[in-house]
Design a protein around this ligand. Structure first.
Ligand code: DC
Length: 215
């Protein structure tokens, strides 16, 4: 067992908020793997690499230097913390994340990140199923489509119907791709966050974590 709490789930399920709060409570480092795919997407757009050019994109992912902390992401020494959340990056990131060469590189970097720190709270789409199947605790966070869209609008603005449509499109690409699709692990604890507060979700994961430590 590895001292990793893996948190997967679709966009807007509350992964980042919950994972950060949990990491703070447990004094564990936190890794947002979605930010890594966003960083590569931003780098490709900057370098004018065609995101549909499989080989060129995979090559770029191996070359780009990502420096990621709890609060920030630097892409080749440029602070990209805000720009990776831009609509342009968000529109393209699912295509980039479906590239197997990119995924192989990101997986290797994620495993190294955890190895260097001895564990952590890691959020993404394939963390329990592919990257850390030996995680001590695996969580799959969900929420109803309307709650997820409402949260995104509250965070970043926009029209609720448009945002709901974008989320559905991204979910479809993320769940139907061949390499590491968004799936629940059979061992995952599924938590529907639709009607729960952040504290309630964090409490339930914390309880499950303590129980796992005692097993
Ligand atoms: O969580 P997010 O919205 O920042 O994720 C951005 C994209 O990256 C999203 O399309 C899913 C993808 N992703 C992935 O494929 N695997 C991960 N481990 C994390 C994110």
């Amino acid at each position: 067992m590895r001292n990793v709490i893996a948190i997967d789930g679709p966009a807007g399920a509350g992964k980042s908020t919950i994972a950060q709060a949990l990491a703070a409570r447990l004094s564990l480092p936190y890794l947002d793997t979605g930010a890594m795919y966003r960083g590569i997407t931003y780098a490709a757009m900057q370098a004018k690499v065609d995101i549909y050019d499989t080989n060129a994109l995979a090559k770029l992912a191996r070359r780009v230097e990502l420096d990621i902390t709890d609060q920030s992401i630097f892409v080749d020494d440029v602070d990209a913390t805000s720009i990776i959340r831009s609509p342009e990056v968000t529109t393209n990131v699912s295509i980039v994340a479906a590239n197997s060469g990119v995924r192989a590189e990101m997986r290797a970097q994620q495993r190294l990140w955890v190895e260097e720190r001895g564990g952590g709270v890691v959020e993404g789409r394939d963390i329990a199923t592919v990257v850390f199947p030996d995680a001590i605790l695996k969580i799959f966070l969900t929420a109803s489509p309307i709650v997820r869209a409402t949260r995104r609008v509250a965070q970043s603005g926009g029209d609720i119907n448009e945002i709901a449509e974008q989320i559905a499109k991204r979910d479809k690409i993320d769940s139907s791709r061949e390499d590491s699709p968004l799936r629940e692990h059979s061992d995952s604890l599924v938590v529907d966050t639709s009607d729960l507060t952040v504290d309630e979700v964090v409490d339930s994961i914390h309880t499950a974590y303590k129980a796992r430590l005692q097993q």
